[in-house]
Design a protein around this ligand. Structure first.
Ligand SMILES: [Zn+2]
Length: 628
């Protein structure tokens, strides 16, 4: 036992010293992520993570071609975003795996990009005389260069040359963008003139996040002043999005004709960082209002949101569209961009860290097990662009560029970042002890209230079953709390600590405060009964007569490949809102879960939404039409 605890202490010390200090903040977070390398996942989610790292970040990503856009220009607007997005997911993955091969890929592309810095300090795809270049998305691209370098500085290597480069990039932006005679930030961008609307330029204000990260590390006033200027600008040319959010304007009505979901949340992620420095209660209210409105009015059954119908057809499925209510609207042809889902997940994780609000993890879990892994290519080298619930669920076409035989889209680049957030969110620390958010087999090195290391070992096949065993190992006995998330869907949950029952409530953290010592055990039995969900009432009443099935966090669907009648109306047999489904061996390799679902005529086969493979153009049915 002595040897075991000594090893834990050494690992704790090793983990304690990485990343820049974050001193210049006025609001302390409720939850903090564990140190880099402190979470090790096995099994279900880890398979997706490793596959993505191997096939994408260490596989097909053409880093050198991405950097070339900054030396020789780009053939299409906004392509300069690609480098920063690829690098930031790689850095977050490195935070998890500490893989030297991944580090060396990141080291060399960072050096390559540093060498592309222009004499004016910019790292830009536009020549100095064109800067700042509105229609080509110069500021959006520069934002992603900054974010890529910041992730690298924070999680891979705090190289002073990177910080120096970032400061020069910022000074160039400060010289070019601002009040007259400089160019106002809301006069720069491509949206929404690219689809024939008046200028909105929501994307440029997303510089807020990289500026605030730099301020947190350095405390330099000019970073915060520019962030304040962005917030004063309101985020778009015509509408003040921060005031709209504060005044509870619904997301699909914000920003006029152009409530672009991805950019809006990216902007508000920066706003959370701004709040940490300023402690302004109006700012806090604004992002909270947006969070709650998106959660209630936009997010579908698979945890992603936005659509093309009925309100914003010209924004091609990438706008807020009251989609929680419209998700069964038969007119929808495009919805739930992967960039939106991943940014929603990141926005939720910001609110989680800041407030400890457990509802954010319900949202993250819903997206992860359905929308996110359901959008990933089985080959691991990309993600669907937009996604559907009924029809062909995936779509490989969309904004992007082709490099040799690799087609890179915005969503191929963002999907891996969603996976990279899983270990970041799964287990966290609080002042009183560890917090378990996501259940997946694995190990986490967290901290007790006194800052001593504590190891949590999760033994489970979740989400195949709802049984989870958590083994606790401490250095020496200590009184602290362990919080475990009880999902809001788990209405009848069993929990025992060392065999003693503990009563818990759905949609809360179960907080167990006691003197913990090594080999203490927590057992959790989540309620995996299959729930039947009725369609929401949207604007098109033809969408009213549908039902969906959800088992634990996992949405079920009918797969055309195993059932040619996949789209036919059915009459589900249920009791108290639950269907008595029976697991069976999957018909097709690659399917994770398959069930027999009772109907008035016998049964149908359903599988988990995520593992249905529609990349060959086949179809899925998630919202099942009811027999009328
Ligand atoms: Zn995208």
């Amino acid at each position: 036992m002595k040897q075991k605890t000594a090893i834990i202490a050494v690992i704790g010390m090793m983990l304690a010293s990485c990343g820049p200090k974050q001193e210049h903040i006025n609001v302390q977070d409720e939850f903090t992520p564990l140190e880099a390398g402190a979470v090790h996942l096995d099994g279900f989610l880890d398979d997706y993570i490793r596959h993505s790292i191997t096939q994408w970040n260490k596989g097909v990503v053409p880093y050198a071609s991405f950097v070339d856009f900054f030396r020789h220009g780009r053939p299409q607007f906004a392509l300069g975003e690609m480098w920063g997005k690829a690098v930031r997911s790689g850095c977050m993955f490195y935070r998890y795996t500490q893989d030297p091969e991944l580090k060396s890929i990141l080291d060399s592309t960072i050096q390559d990009m540093l060498s592309a810095q222009r004499p004016d300090g910019s790292i830009s795809c536009s020549e100095p005389e064109q800067q700042p270049d509105g229609p080509n998305g110069d500021l959006w691209e520069r934002k992603y260069v900054m974010l890529g370098m910041e992730e690298y500085y924070e999680w891979v290597n705090p190289d002073p040359a990177v910080l120096e480069s970032l400061a020069k990039q910022v000074d160039c932006i400060l010289a070019q963008v601002g009040k007259a005679p400089k160019t106002e930030i809301t006069d720069l961008g491509w949206s929404a003139t690219n689809i024939g609307y008046e200028p909105c330029h929501i994307e440029s204000g997303t510089l807020l996040e990289p500026f605030m990260r730099l301020y947190k590390w350095t405390g330099e006033r000019r970073f915060l002043d520019f962030a304040a200027y962005i917030v004063e600008s309101g985020g778009t040319k015509e509408y003040n999005l921060f005031e709209q959010a504060y005044n509870n304007v619904e997301p699909h009505l914000m920003s006029g004709h152009y409530p672009k979901a991805y950019e809006m949340m990216s902007l508000f992620e920066g706003l959370v960082e701004y709040y940490r420095a300023t402690n302004d209660p109006r700012i806090r209210q604004a992002f909270f209002n947006l969070y709650h409105h998106i959660r209630e009015k936009e997010i579908t059954i698979i945890g992603n949101g936005g659509g093309d119908q009925p309100y914003h057809p010209r924004v091609m499925g990438e706008a807020w569209d009251h989609t929680a209510f419209e998700q069964t609207n038969p007119d929808i042809t495009r919805m739930m961009e992967t960039c939106v889902g991943v940014t929603w997940m990141k926005f939720c994780s910001q609110i989680l860290r800041l407030t400890g609000d457990v509802s954010t993890v319900d949202e993250i879990e819903k997206y992860v097990y359905n929308g996110l892994i359901g959008a990933m290519k089985p080959t691991g080298d990309g993600f669907s662009y937009v996604n559907l619930l009924n029809g062909c669920k995936v779509n490989d076409h969309g904004w992007g560029w082709t490099f040799g035989d690799v087609h890179v889209t915005c969503c191929n680049l963002n999907g891996p970042m969603g996976l990279a957030y899983l270990p970041y969110v799964a287990v966290m620390n609080s002042a009183s002890g560890p917090v378990v958010n996501l259940y997946n087999a694995g190990t986490a090195m967290a901290s007790t209230a006194r800052g001593e290391p504590v190891k949590l070992e999760m033994i489970t096949d979740y989400p195949l079953s709802g049984h989870i065993l958590v083994r606790v190992t401490t250095q020496k006995p200590e009184t602290f709390s362990i919080r475990l998330r009880i999902p809001s869907w788990s209405k009848a949950t069993g929990m025992q600590v060392n065999g003693e029952p503990v009563s818990v409530s759905p949609g809360t953290y179960a907080t167990i405060e006691r003197k913990w010592s090594s080999d203490d055990r927590i057992e959790l039995e989540l309620d995996m009964r299959c729930r039947i969900i009725d369609a929401p009432h949207g604007s098109n009443r033809a969408g009213d007569h549908f039902q969906a099935l959800v088992r634990g966090p996992v949405v079920l669907a009918r797969d055309e490949k195993i059932d040619e009648h996949y789209n036919d109306p059915v009459s589900l047999v249920s009791k108290d809102g639950f269907a008595e489904i029976i697991p069976e061996d999957p018909t097709i390799p690659g399917t994770k879960m398959q069930f027999r679902v009772p109907t008035a005529d016998g049964f149908i086969r359903m599988v988990d939404y995520a593992s249905v493979n529609n990349w060959d153009g086949s179809h899925i049915c998630t919202w099942l039409p009811e027999v009328q």
